[in-house]
Design a protein around this ligand. Sequence first.
Ligand SMILES: *[C@@H]1O[C@H](CO)[C@@H](O)[C@H](O)[C@H]1NC(C)=O
Ligand SMILES: *[C@@H]1O[C@H](CO)[C@@H](O)[C@H](O)[C@H]1NC(C)=O
Ligand SMILES: [Zn+2]
Length: 509
Amino acid sequence: MLIPKQAVLAAVTLCAGIAFAIQVPTSDQISLSTGNDRSDVLSGFTGVGNEPRAYRPDTSSLDFVYHNHDDMTRYLRATTARYPNLTALYSIGKSVQGRELWVMVVSASPYEHMLGKPDVKYIGNIHGNEAVGRELLLHMIQYLITSYTTDPYIKWLLDNTRIHILPSLNPDGYAASKEGTCDGGQGRYNSRGFDLNRNFPDYFKQNNKRSQPETEAVKEWINKIQFVLSGSLHGGALVASYPYDNTPNAKICRSSSTCAVFNSYVSAPSLTPDDDVFKHLSLTYANNHAKMSRGVACKSASPSFENGITNGAAWYPLTGGMQDYNYIWHGCMEVTLEVSCCKFPPAYELRKYWDDNQLSMIKFLAEAHRGVQGFVMDPNGGPIERAQLKIKGRDVGFSTTKYGEFWRILMPGVYKLEVFADGFVPRDVDFMVVEQHPTLLNVTMQPSKRNDGPYYRPVQQPAQSQYRPQIAAPGLPGSGGINSGSPADEGILSTLSNGFNSLVNNIFG
Ligand SMILES: *[C@@H]1O[C@H](CO)[C@@H](O)[C@H](O)[C@H]1NC(C)=O
Ligand SMILES: *[C@@H]1O[C@H](CO)[C@@H](O)[C@H](O)[C@H]1NC(C)=O
Ligand SMILES: [Zn+2]
């Protein structure tokens, strides 16, 4: 059922100032009859080539100070009451200590998915003591809503994208952290001592860590909303780090005594089949940042990164990270954005961090409008939900939404899309991607006849789909499923490397 926008807005007005949480929009609230002229899908992209206006900090109603959970909640409520047409506030759940995990949607259509247009997200403060990203996201909300009427680029972005902003995934850890503390692990973990960025199901190795409420909230969230692109903001380094974070280390180390030499282990990249895209996304952030692309090391003892980007595993491998999970399980391209050498710098430095990151944060999100997008439908034009899609040669899959929509970020080139749907004849479709605008591609599937027999599918949908990748990646090392690690994974190397990782974690972000 479609909840009429006016009714929701009325509810917000009535509830302003009173505790409330709008539920994560279910697919029921997403209606085909949103009033969006479908020609928007085409006409909306004309702005993509324009540049955002010159940026000036907007300080009118958000100071450059740290906002504790209550201050943040007040700001978010006041903002959504003041800008009901551009924002909606909802909670994806609660932290262990009962703090709401607030998400602000900023969009010309805050309450309803826009047919054919991508949903994107930013997540801040997954490590509670990495506080800059949390404030950057509050300023990003403020900037977007105050620029909508004055900056055509921002208007285009909000008219064609729903931006979901979760400023703090670890509010309990934040509450245990201290301003001015640049290093160390106090406040990094949730209140039960779990590192949330080690708490997700892992493609390469079994993750035995008990799943935490904050992690469960994210899993449920990204299961409900099909995000195309995501940034996770961290501190403790200055670099954009892209998947994979983990590595099939058994393959590297099993037959070699050099496994014990951590340097060679640590520096092995673990690349996705979409490496060109991830590099581009990371460079988009780094190149639009005031200094990230210079790749200067934070300290003489810490690494420097060429062009300000790195593959996650090449920096240091980790198990249970959020970005690998987003990509493998949900086809969402997430990049880890390390935005400050100091994890929790003094508040007077916040304005500078905002100036350094503002353009990056906007340009990164706009990349959701690169590549291919369209609908998979039956011969009557009806949407086909959960069709399995794959770009040939890139064996990490993605699938259609309830409305048959799909999106995939791709660099300019010639590609083949492989489409599989139950009860339909599989199809391959050739298409081209150009730099200037996304390729719009509709795929009509023909029903299979009973005597056609079962068609080959890349993989069967696993029973517990929420905890497994949509499509296992046959071409990747470690293929064969989630628990595919060889015995070496469970052995001494694993213990050693985990110990090493936690040491590294406390040094870096
Ligand atoms: C693709 O299908 C959608 C939804 O049916 C429609 O609005 C759009 O015009 C189609 N685009 C093209 C290029 O055919
Ligand atoms: C919100 O949009 C409605 C309908 O377009 C308009 O009448 C109203 O003035 C807008 N409200 C604000 C606060 O901008
Ligand atoms: Zn971090």
